[in-house]
Design a protein around this ligand. Structure first.
Ligand code: FES
Length: 373
Protein backbone atom coordinates (compact mmCIF):
# COMPACT_ATOMS: atom_id res chain seq x y z
CA UNK A 1 0.00 0.00 0.00
CA UNK A 2 1.46 3.37 -0.88
CA UNK A 3 -1.45 5.73 -0.44
CA UNK A 4 -2.28 8.05 2.42
CA UNK A 5 -5.51 6.29 3.28
CA UNK A 6 -5.20 5.97 7.03
CA UNK A 7 -8.29 6.11 9.18
CA UNK A 8 -9.16 9.58 10.42
CA UNK A 9 -7.99 8.68 13.93
CA UNK A 10 -4.37 9.87 14.27
CA UNK A 11 -1.93 6.91 14.19
CA UNK A 12 0.52 6.34 17.06
CA UNK A 13 4.17 6.55 15.94
CA UNK A 14 7.37 5.09 17.41
CA UNK A 15 10.97 5.52 16.39
CA UNK A 16 12.39 2.20 15.11
CA UNK A 17 15.85 1.24 13.92
CA UNK A 18 16.35 0.01 10.33
CA UNK A 19 18.05 -3.40 10.36
CA UNK A 20 17.98 -4.23 6.66
CA UNK A 21 17.56 -2.39 3.36
CA UNK A 22 17.56 -4.31 0.09
CA UNK A 23 16.77 -3.40 -3.51
CA UNK A 24 14.73 -6.24 -5.05
CA UNK A 25 14.07 -4.89 -8.53
CA UNK A 26 14.93 -1.55 -10.13
CA UNK A 27 11.90 0.02 -8.44
CA UNK A 28 11.10 -2.06 -5.36
CA UNK A 29 13.00 -2.32 -2.10
CA UNK A 30 12.43 -3.70 1.39
CA UNK A 31 13.07 -2.23 4.80
CA UNK A 32 13.26 -4.24 8.00
CA UNK A 33 13.07 -2.84 11.52
CA UNK A 34 14.11 -3.86 14.99
CA UNK A 35 11.31 -3.95 17.56
CA UNK A 36 12.53 -3.13 21.07
CA UNK A 37 11.20 -5.56 23.66
CA UNK A 38 9.05 -2.87 25.32
CA UNK A 39 7.22 -2.24 22.01
CA UNK A 40 6.62 -5.90 21.07
CA UNK A 41 2.91 -5.69 21.93
CA UNK A 42 2.44 -2.41 20.09
CA UNK A 43 3.82 -4.00 16.93
CA UNK A 44 1.97 -7.32 17.11
CA UNK A 45 0.26 -7.61 13.73
CA UNK A 46 -1.86 -9.79 11.48
CA UNK A 47 -1.01 -10.74 7.92
CA UNK A 48 -2.45 -8.25 5.44
CA UNK A 49 -1.92 -5.23 7.69
CA UNK A 50 0.16 -2.15 6.98
CA UNK A 51 2.15 0.54 8.78
CA UNK A 52 2.61 4.25 8.16
CA UNK A 53 6.03 5.83 7.81
CA UNK A 54 6.43 9.48 8.72
CA UNK A 55 8.99 11.70 7.07
CA UNK A 56 9.58 15.10 5.58
CA UNK A 57 9.57 16.24 1.98
CA UNK A 58 10.35 19.86 1.17
CA UNK A 59 9.76 20.62 4.87
CA UNK A 60 6.25 19.19 4.76
CA UNK A 61 5.31 16.28 6.97
CA UNK A 62 4.45 13.25 4.87
CA UNK A 63 2.78 10.06 6.04
CA UNK A 64 2.66 7.06 3.71
CA UNK A 65 1.29 3.55 4.22
CA UNK A 66 3.22 0.39 3.35
CA UNK A 67 2.15 -3.24 3.67
CA UNK A 68 3.98 -5.73 5.84
CA UNK A 69 5.57 -8.55 3.89
CA UNK A 70 6.61 -10.54 6.95
CA UNK A 71 4.24 -13.01 8.62
CA UNK A 72 3.52 -12.76 12.38
CA UNK A 73 5.44 -15.99 13.20
CA UNK A 74 8.62 -14.54 11.64
CA UNK A 75 8.86 -12.03 14.50
CA UNK A 76 10.04 -9.16 12.37
CA UNK A 77 8.68 -6.05 10.70
CA UNK A 78 9.45 -6.06 7.01
CA UNK A 79 7.94 -3.67 4.44
CA UNK A 80 7.88 -3.71 0.65
CA UNK A 81 8.16 -0.24 -0.91
CA UNK A 82 7.88 0.95 -4.50
CA UNK A 83 10.16 3.77 -5.59
CA UNK A 84 8.75 6.67 -7.55
CA UNK A 85 5.98 8.40 -5.62
CA UNK A 86 5.14 11.69 -7.28
CA UNK A 87 6.45 13.63 -4.26
CA UNK A 88 9.67 11.51 -4.18
CA UNK A 89 9.09 10.47 -0.56
CA UNK A 90 10.11 6.89 -1.36
CA UNK A 91 13.21 8.04 -3.26
CA UNK A 92 14.29 10.01 -0.19
CA UNK A 93 13.57 6.99 1.99
CA UNK A 94 15.75 4.81 -0.19
CA UNK A 95 18.58 7.28 -0.73
CA UNK A 96 18.82 8.97 2.65
CA UNK A 97 18.20 6.19 5.18
CA UNK A 98 20.65 3.41 5.87
CA UNK A 99 20.84 0.45 8.22
CA UNK A 100 21.15 1.75 11.78
CA UNK A 101 19.09 4.92 11.16
CA UNK A 102 15.75 5.47 12.88
CA UNK A 103 12.38 6.11 11.25
CA UNK A 104 9.01 7.12 12.68
CA UNK A 105 6.64 4.18 12.22
CA UNK A 106 3.00 3.75 13.19
CA UNK A 107 1.56 0.72 14.91
CA UNK A 108 0.08 -1.90 12.51
CA UNK A 109 -3.44 -1.37 11.20
CA UNK A 110 -5.74 -2.46 8.39
CA UNK A 111 -8.53 -4.95 7.79
CA UNK A 112 -7.18 -6.93 4.85
CA UNK A 113 -6.90 -9.86 7.24
CA UNK A 114 -8.12 -13.46 7.42
CA UNK A 115 -9.13 -15.53 10.41
CA UNK A 116 -6.70 -18.44 10.76
CA UNK A 117 -8.31 -21.92 10.68
CA UNK A 118 -5.54 -24.40 11.52
CA UNK A 119 -7.88 -27.42 11.61
CA UNK A 120 -9.42 -26.88 8.21
CA UNK A 121 -8.43 -27.97 4.74
CA UNK A 122 -8.91 -24.76 2.78
CA UNK A 123 -8.28 -23.65 -0.78
CA UNK A 124 -7.18 -20.02 -0.98
CA UNK A 125 -6.41 -18.00 -4.10
CA UNK A 126 -4.20 -14.91 -4.18
CA UNK A 127 -4.12 -12.40 -7.05
CA UNK A 128 -1.41 -9.76 -6.98
CA UNK A 129 0.04 -7.27 -9.43
CA UNK A 130 3.53 -5.80 -8.97
CA UNK A 131 3.99 -4.27 -5.52
CA UNK A 132 0.52 -5.61 -4.66
CA UNK A 133 2.31 -8.83 -3.76
CA UNK A 134 3.36 -7.36 -0.39
CA UNK A 135 0.31 -8.14 1.81
CA UNK A 136 -0.40 -11.33 -0.16
CA UNK A 137 3.14 -12.55 0.58
CA UNK A 138 2.51 -12.11 4.29
CA UNK A 139 -0.81 -13.97 4.00
CA UNK A 140 0.68 -16.77 1.94
CA UNK A 141 3.48 -17.43 4.44
CA UNK A 142 1.14 -17.21 7.39
CA UNK A 143 -1.54 -19.48 5.93
CA UNK A 144 0.87 -22.20 4.83
CA UNK A 145 2.65 -22.07 8.18
CA UNK A 146 -0.46 -21.99 10.40
CA UNK A 147 -2.74 -24.30 8.42
CA UNK A 148 -0.98 -27.59 7.60
CA UNK A 149 -3.74 -28.83 5.27
CA UNK A 150 -4.57 -25.63 3.40
CA UNK A 151 -3.42 -25.12 -0.19
CA UNK A 152 -2.65 -21.77 -1.80
CA UNK A 153 -2.68 -20.77 -5.47
CA UNK A 154 -0.93 -17.51 -6.30
CA UNK A 155 -1.51 -15.65 -9.58
CA UNK A 156 1.09 -12.93 -9.85
CA UNK A 157 1.13 -10.31 -12.61
CA UNK A 158 4.19 -8.27 -13.57
CA UNK A 159 5.49 -6.36 -16.60
CA UNK A 160 8.00 -9.07 -17.47
CA UNK A 161 9.96 -11.95 -16.00
CA UNK A 162 12.91 -9.70 -15.09
CA UNK A 163 10.84 -7.47 -12.79
CA UNK A 164 9.34 -9.87 -10.28
CA UNK A 165 9.66 -8.59 -6.71
CA UNK A 166 10.26 -11.20 -3.98
CA UNK A 167 10.96 -13.88 -6.64
CA UNK A 168 13.73 -15.50 -4.58
CA UNK A 169 11.53 -15.68 -1.51
CA UNK A 170 8.66 -17.11 -3.56
CA UNK A 171 11.01 -19.74 -5.05
CA UNK A 172 12.09 -20.75 -1.54
CA UNK A 173 8.46 -21.02 -0.45
CA UNK A 174 7.69 -23.22 -3.46
CA UNK A 175 10.40 -25.63 -2.32
CA UNK A 176 9.23 -25.55 1.27
CA UNK A 177 5.55 -26.09 0.50
CA UNK A 178 5.78 -28.01 -2.78
CA UNK A 179 2.57 -29.98 -2.16
CA UNK A 180 0.42 -27.04 -1.10
CA UNK A 181 1.64 -23.99 -2.99
CA UNK A 182 1.40 -23.25 -6.70
CA UNK A 183 2.50 -19.98 -8.30
CA UNK A 184 1.59 -18.81 -11.79
CA UNK A 185 3.28 -15.75 -13.29
CA UNK A 186 1.59 -13.44 -15.81
CA UNK A 187 3.36 -10.83 -17.94
CA UNK A 188 1.81 -7.71 -19.45
CA UNK A 189 4.87 -6.76 -21.55
CA UNK A 190 6.45 -10.05 -22.46
CA UNK A 191 5.47 -12.56 -25.10
CA UNK A 192 4.73 -15.93 -23.62
CA UNK A 193 2.02 -18.62 -23.69
CA UNK A 194 -1.28 -16.75 -24.32
CA UNK A 195 -2.73 -17.88 -21.01
CA UNK A 196 0.08 -16.14 -19.11
CA UNK A 197 0.24 -13.02 -21.27
CA UNK A 198 -1.62 -9.83 -20.33
CA UNK A 199 -3.21 -8.37 -17.20
CA UNK A 200 -5.05 -10.21 -14.47
CA UNK A 201 -8.73 -9.40 -15.08
CA UNK A 202 -12.14 -11.04 -15.52
CA UNK A 203 -11.22 -12.57 -18.88
CA UNK A 204 -7.99 -13.97 -17.48
CA UNK A 205 -9.86 -15.39 -14.49
CA UNK A 206 -12.22 -17.15 -16.89
CA UNK A 207 -9.21 -18.83 -18.54
CA UNK A 208 -7.59 -19.59 -15.18
CA UNK A 209 -10.76 -21.32 -13.97
CA UNK A 210 -11.03 -23.39 -17.15
CA UNK A 211 -7.39 -24.22 -17.67
CA UNK A 212 -5.70 -24.19 -14.25
CA UNK A 213 -8.39 -24.56 -11.61
CA UNK A 214 -10.23 -27.32 -13.42
CA UNK A 215 -9.44 -30.87 -12.37
CA UNK A 216 -8.99 -31.36 -8.64
CA UNK A 217 -6.69 -34.29 -7.76
CA UNK A 218 -8.15 -34.42 -4.26
CA UNK A 219 -11.74 -34.73 -5.50
CA UNK A 220 -12.42 -36.10 -8.97
CA UNK A 221 -16.07 -35.06 -8.77
CA UNK A 222 -15.36 -31.34 -8.63
CA UNK A 223 -12.92 -28.65 -9.70
CA UNK A 224 -10.40 -26.63 -7.72
CA UNK A 225 -12.54 -23.53 -8.32
CA UNK A 226 -15.51 -25.29 -6.67
CA UNK A 227 -13.36 -25.78 -3.57
CA UNK A 228 -12.24 -22.14 -3.23
CA UNK A 229 -12.84 -20.79 0.29
CA UNK A 230 -11.23 -17.36 0.18
CA UNK A 231 -9.88 -15.02 -2.47
CA UNK A 232 -7.28 -12.33 -1.75
CA UNK A 233 -6.69 -9.59 -4.33
CA UNK A 234 -4.22 -6.74 -4.19
CA UNK A 235 -3.42 -4.30 -6.96
CA UNK A 236 -5.06 -1.50 -8.90
CA UNK A 237 -8.74 -0.61 -8.61
CA UNK A 238 -9.39 -1.77 -12.18
CA UNK A 239 -7.88 -5.16 -11.47
CA UNK A 240 -9.75 -5.56 -8.19
CA UNK A 241 -13.07 -4.52 -9.66
CA UNK A 242 -12.70 -6.89 -12.59
CA UNK A 243 -11.55 -9.92 -10.54
CA UNK A 244 -13.89 -9.35 -7.58
CA UNK A 245 -16.99 -9.03 -9.76
CA UNK A 246 -16.06 -12.05 -11.87
CA UNK A 247 -15.40 -14.11 -8.73
CA UNK A 248 -18.73 -13.00 -7.25
CA UNK A 249 -20.60 -13.72 -10.48
CA UNK A 250 -19.04 -17.17 -10.48
CA UNK A 251 -20.37 -18.02 -7.05
CA UNK A 252 -17.88 -16.76 -4.44
CA UNK A 253 -19.73 -14.78 -1.71
CA UNK A 254 -18.59 -11.18 -1.28
CA UNK A 255 -17.57 -11.86 2.33
CA UNK A 256 -14.98 -14.35 1.03
CA UNK A 257 -13.49 -11.94 -1.51
CA UNK A 258 -10.93 -9.73 0.25
CA UNK A 259 -9.04 -6.94 -1.40
CA UNK A 260 -6.66 -4.08 -0.79
CA UNK A 261 -6.50 -1.11 -3.16
CA UNK A 262 -3.03 0.06 -4.16
CA UNK A 263 -4.07 3.14 -6.10
CA UNK A 264 -6.66 5.89 -6.15
CA UNK A 265 -9.80 4.48 -7.71
CA UNK A 266 -12.84 6.66 -8.34
CA UNK A 267 -15.37 3.93 -8.87
CA UNK A 268 -17.31 1.51 -6.72
CA UNK A 269 -15.93 -2.02 -6.72
CA UNK A 270 -19.40 -3.61 -6.86
CA UNK A 271 -22.33 -1.95 -8.70
CA UNK A 272 -25.25 -0.54 -6.66
CA UNK A 273 -28.30 -2.74 -7.16
CA UNK A 274 -31.06 -0.84 -5.33
CA UNK A 275 -32.89 2.27 -6.52
CA UNK A 276 -33.72 5.22 -4.24
CA UNK A 277 -35.92 8.32 -4.49
CA UNK A 278 -33.93 11.09 -6.13
CA UNK A 279 -32.80 13.90 -3.84
CA UNK A 280 -30.96 16.85 -5.36
CA UNK A 281 -28.68 19.59 -4.05
CA UNK A 282 -27.79 17.95 -0.74
CA UNK A 283 -26.04 19.98 1.91
CA UNK A 284 -23.14 18.12 3.58
CA UNK A 285 -21.16 19.14 6.63
CA UNK A 286 -18.30 16.89 7.70
CA UNK A 287 -15.27 16.78 9.94
CA UNK A 288 -12.11 14.91 9.00
CA UNK A 289 -8.52 15.06 10.33
CA UNK A 290 -9.59 17.83 12.73
CA UNK A 291 -11.01 20.15 10.07
CA UNK A 292 -14.64 21.05 9.33
CA UNK A 293 -15.92 21.25 5.76
CA UNK A 294 -19.18 22.20 4.02
CA UNK A 295 -20.17 21.20 0.51
CA UNK A 296 -23.12 20.28 -1.68
CA UNK A 297 -23.79 17.05 -3.52
CA UNK A 298 -25.56 17.34 -6.85
CA UNK A 299 -27.84 14.41 -5.98
CA UNK A 300 -27.89 11.01 -4.23
CA UNK A 301 -27.24 8.84 -7.29
CA UNK A 302 -23.77 7.95 -6.01
CA UNK A 303 -22.46 6.96 -2.60
CA UNK A 304 -21.33 9.62 -0.14
CA UNK A 305 -17.61 8.69 -0.09
CA UNK A 306 -17.34 8.68 -3.88
CA UNK A 307 -18.98 12.07 -4.20
CA UNK A 308 -16.62 13.60 -1.62
CA UNK A 309 -13.60 12.05 -3.36
CA UNK A 310 -14.82 13.32 -6.73
CA UNK A 311 -14.88 16.82 -5.24
CA UNK A 312 -11.25 16.44 -4.19
CA UNK A 313 -11.74 16.02 -0.43
CA UNK A 314 -9.18 13.82 1.33
CA UNK A 315 -11.41 11.41 3.19
CA UNK A 316 -10.16 8.02 4.38
CA UNK A 317 -10.98 4.87 2.43
CA UNK A 318 -9.53 1.65 1.16
CA UNK A 319 -11.87 -1.11 -0.06
CA UNK A 320 -14.91 1.02 -1.03
CA UNK A 321 -17.00 -2.07 -0.46
CA UNK A 322 -18.10 -2.00 3.15
CA UNK A 323 -15.42 -4.43 4.28
CA UNK A 324 -12.36 -2.63 5.69
CA UNK A 325 -14.05 0.02 7.88
CA UNK A 326 -11.52 2.72 6.96
CA UNK A 327 -14.32 5.09 5.88
CA UNK A 328 -16.27 4.64 9.13
CA UNK A 329 -17.84 7.86 10.44
CA UNK A 330 -20.68 8.98 12.68
CA UNK A 331 -23.89 10.32 11.21
CA UNK A 332 -24.78 13.33 13.38
CA UNK A 333 -27.64 14.69 11.32
CA UNK A 334 -29.75 13.45 8.41
CA UNK A 335 -30.47 10.08 6.95
CA UNK A 336 -28.57 7.54 4.82
CA UNK A 337 -29.15 4.01 3.52
CA UNK A 338 -26.20 1.72 4.23
CA UNK A 339 -25.95 -0.73 1.33
CA UNK A 340 -23.25 -3.36 1.99
CA UNK A 341 -21.83 -3.70 5.48
CA UNK A 342 -19.36 -6.41 6.44
CA UNK A 343 -17.71 -4.27 9.10
CA UNK A 344 -20.02 -2.47 11.54
CA UNK A 345 -21.83 -4.41 14.24
CA UNK A 346 -25.55 -3.90 14.79
CA UNK A 347 -24.71 -2.08 18.01
CA UNK A 348 -22.37 0.31 16.19
CA UNK A 349 -25.00 1.00 13.54
CA UNK A 350 -27.49 1.84 16.30
CA UNK A 351 -25.09 4.44 17.70
CA UNK A 352 -25.04 6.22 14.35
CA UNK A 353 -21.91 4.70 12.83
CA UNK A 354 -22.00 4.45 9.04
CA UNK A 355 -19.60 3.53 6.23
CA UNK A 356 -19.32 6.49 3.86
CA UNK A 357 -18.38 4.22 0.96
CA UNK A 358 -21.71 2.40 1.22
CA UNK A 359 -24.00 5.28 2.18
CA UNK A 360 -26.66 6.71 -0.11
CA UNK A 361 -27.92 10.02 1.28
CA UNK A 362 -31.69 10.12 1.88
CA UNK A 363 -32.15 13.64 3.28
CA UNK A 364 -31.59 17.20 2.06
CA UNK A 365 -28.87 17.76 4.67
CA UNK A 366 -26.41 15.49 6.49
CA UNK A 367 -23.63 15.98 8.96
CA UNK A 368 -20.95 13.33 9.54
CA UNK A 369 -17.79 13.08 11.60
CA UNK A 370 -14.89 10.91 10.41
CA UNK A 371 -12.84 11.78 13.52
CA UNK A 372 -15.26 10.26 15.99
CA UNK A 373 -14.29 6.59 15.42
S1 FES B 1 -13.65 2.04 2.36
FE1 FES B 1 -13.66 0.05 3.22
S2 FES B 1 -15.53 -0.01 4.32
FE2 FES B 1 -15.58 1.87 3.30
Amino acid sequence: MNLNLTKAKKPVFHSLKITKKELLTKTIFTLEFEIPIELKENFAFESGQYLSLKGKNLDQEIIRDYSLTSAPFENKISLGIKLGDKDSFTTDLFEEYKVGDFLEISEPKGRFTLVSKPNEHRTILGFAAGIGITPILSHLKNILHEEPRTRFYLFFGNANSKKIPFKNELDDLLLLYKDRLEIFYFYSKETTDLLFQGHLNDKKLHLIINQILNLDDTDEESTIWDAVDEILICGTGEMIKSLANESFNRGIPKKNIHFELFDTFNEDIYPTEQEFPLIENIEVEFKVYGENFKTNLRNNKYKLLQQLLDQGFKVPYSCKSGICGICECTLQEGDVELLENEYLTEKEEKTGKILACQSIVLSKKIKVNFDSV
